[in-house]
Design a protein around this ligand. Structure first.
Ligand code: ADP
Length: 626
């Protein structure tokens, strides 16, 4: 199924009320909505006729004995059938409108989210986003589609009242006496219950967050034997939900009987006043029966009024939260007149200063030139800004000051999708989708042929282990790729980037979890592939650094030295210090911490079968290049 653009969008004018901003959505579906409203109105008119026919039947056929009882019965039955059919159609159209509006809202939200910059996702919580995109959309949809329908239903009160007036004015007034009370009680009840039902929503979202974190973080929870603590956390959240539900039920059980039984009082009043009138000969028995039905028929619209207010409040709050997201403009704006075309990969950072949205300064006056086709290793302490380089290059974020240039163009002038396609970034913790390995590799180029996918996998040193998986390239990866080892995931991510064949490749610690011997094989393949390609390698292993033509040393968001590995080692004490520090990092020792499967390059169960056959001499890597 392909994405169908929503039929309307939310009015971007933030000065307008939420309802007016959402109006285009309703207007886009006006045909269906109006059909449903007209039908429901006709249905109500038919419904209101029924008690009147019953009245005539009683007065003329039963009391008056005119001999036409069956005609009245047939009349009531026909009206009932007509009302049934009309209501069915009205409901169908209404629900369709409702779900079409919901579909549009969902698409508007999701399309907007896909355009949001990385900084936005740094700030928001996933659980919150999820809850916003479902319960809030539902709340707005309900009000937009059911609101008008409720209003139409309320007109039944007017129609019935007019009919009653035409039959008997004083009795009509008596019958209406309890209605305003029901209306006021309904509104008061909703006011009392609304905050609690709001709380229920919020607390349910809270439980969802706890559960979500527990499931996603299950490996950490188990590793630290924190199940007990997590259970307590869940119990607390669940208890909050329980309290809110119980309070809600208590309030409802206090109010509902009051509202539900008031109409009986109305019926009693009709019986009393109508009875006197019948005894005095001012009205008929049929009228009392008809009015009895009207009293019951009138009551739902007055109760719905309360519901309408509640729906309105909820929708207003939900709409505010949805708008909060929709009104967040992407700070990474696509250029008005984008420069297109294949890049050579000539990179220049000129006086680049950048702080993350939370204020952390990552790059502080960075100057760096990397010629097309060059391979540069970026080395530095954790937090020195190494990863940030690639992120600015691909415009995940924009620099606060200074310029990032590619082939002489400010990256902000380049066509954004093309830029991201041509700067391939392989992160150290790649994300895999729960789809087949083939599709994961071909993610950036779904149209790639099977042979190309295999070639990319071979270059990334992944082909061998993939073939050893039960279904080979068709093996469906578990959620987030957890069925694979860290090193295997990294190899798939490298294959994924290579398949796109970007002129600029950023390997951001992309081989940190890969066994050194496997890494050397990958790099042998990469060496060919890196030819003619600009490659930035964020690295801390000497074996990886050894691949580069030049080493750049970063410190506190600045280039502090650059040159060949040997030069830096000889002239730059800070370089030697950083290397020494990093060789002490657990993942600098291959097999010690990099491959979480416990068996070096492969997961525990698969090491025998899935390639990476060589033993892993711990210090070998350093000896190779140091
Ligand atoms: P390195 O790759 O050298 O370890 P980074 O470029 O990842 O360093 O980070 C540079 C600085 O920016 C660090 O202080 C880090 O904490 C901070 N940082 C990195 N990513 C983010 C982010 N998404 N939001 C806020 N701060 C970040």
């Amino acid at each position: 199924m392909t994405y169908r653009a929503p039929r309307a969008s939310i009015d971007p004018d933030t000065g307008k009320s939420w309802l007016r901003r959402a109006l285009p959505l309703v207007v886009a579906h006006r045909g269906m909505l109006l059909t449903s409203l007209v039908l429901s109105f006709v249905g109500l008119v038919v419904q209101v006729q029924i008690p009147d026919v019953v009245r005539l039947g009683i007065d003329h056929a039963i009391v008056g004995r005119n001999g036409h009882l069956t005609r009245y019965v047939a009349g009531v039955a026909a009206l009932a059938v007509a009302q049934g059919v009309i209501n069915y159609l009205a409901r169908r159209y209404l629900l369709r409108t409702a779900y079409e509006i919901e579909y549009d809202l969902r698409n508007i939200m999701f399309a907007h989210l896909t355009r949001m910059p990385f900084g936005f996702f740094d700030r928001v919580q996933t659980g919150e986003l999820m809850s916003r995109s479902s319960s809030d959309i539902r709340a707005v949809q309900m009000y937009l589609s059911f609101g008008p329908s409720i209003l139409v239903q309320c007109t039944i009160a007017g129609i019935a009242f007019v009919l009653m007036l035409s039959i008997n004015v004083p009795l009509a007034i008596v019958a209406m006496v309890t209605m305003p009370v029901i209306g006021v009680l309904g509104v008061t009840m909703r006011r009392a219950i609304f905050p609690v039902s709001w709380l229920i929503q919020a607390r349910l979202a809270g439980v969802a967050t706890v559960v979500d974190e527990n499931i996603n973080g299950v490996r950490i929870v188990k590793a630290f034997a924190a199940e007990g603590r997590q259970l307590n956390q869940l119990a607390e959240a669940a208890d909050g939900v329980r309290w809110a539900y119980v309070t809600d039920a208590r309030l409802r059980s206090r109010w509902s009987p009051l509202i539900e039984n008031l109409p009986r009082l109305g019926q009693a009043l009709v019986l009393l006043a109508g009875g006197w009138m019948v005894l005095d000969g001012h009205t008929t028995v049929g009228t009392i029966v008809a009015f009895n039905t009207y009293v019951l028929m009138l009551q739902p619209p007055f109760r719905l009024l309360g519901m309408m207010i509640m729906l309105g409040q909820r929708a207003a709050a939900s709409a505010q939260r949805i708008y909060e997201i929709l009104d967040t403009r992407s700070d990474v704006e696509p250029p008005a007149h984008p420069v297109r075309g294949r890049l050579h990969g000539d990179i220049e950072f000129a006086g680049v200063r950048f702080a993350y949205p939370n204020g952390t300064l990552a790059l502080d006056g960075l100057d760096l030139r990397i010629g097309a086709g060059e391979t540069v290793a970026v080395v530095g302490r954790t937090g020195s800004g190494k990863s940030t380089l690639g992120r600015l290059l691909a415009r995940y974020y924009d620099a606060d000051a200074g310029t990032v240039r590619l082939d002489g163009h400010d990256v902000r002038e380049l066509d954004l999708p093309e830029l991201r396609e041509q700067v391939g970034i392989v992160p150290d913790e790649p994300f895999l989708f729960s789809i087949s390995i083939r599709d994961n590799i071909a993610y950036g180029r779904p149209e790639a042929g099977a042979d190309e996918v295999v070639a990319a996998a071979v270059a990334a040193g992944a082909d061998e282990f993939i073939r050893n998986l039960p279904d080979g390239y068709d093996t469906v990866v578990g959620e987030r790729g957890y069925t694979l080892s860290g090193g295997q995931r990294q190899r798939l991510a490298i294959a994924r980037a290579l398949l796109v064949n970007p002129p600029v490749l950023v390997l951001d610690d992309a081989t940190s979890a890969i066994d050194v011997t496997v890494e050397q094989r990958i790099h042998a393949a990469l060496r060919t592939l890196m030819r003619g390609r600009t490659t930035i390698i964020v690295a801390h292993r000497l074996a990886t650094i050894g691949l580069a033509d030049r080493v750049v040393l970063l410190d506190a968001g600045r280039v502090v030295a650059q040159g060949s590995h040997a030069e830096l080692l000889a002239t730059e004490p800070r370089y030697a210090r950083v290397l020494a520090e990093q060789s002490r990092r657990p993942d600098a020792e291959p097999g010690a911490g990099g491959e979480p499967g416990g068996g070096g390059a492969e997961p525990a169960g698969g090491s025998g079968a899935s390639g990476a056959p060589a033993p892993r001499p711990g210090g070998q890597a350093r000896e190779v290049t140091a």
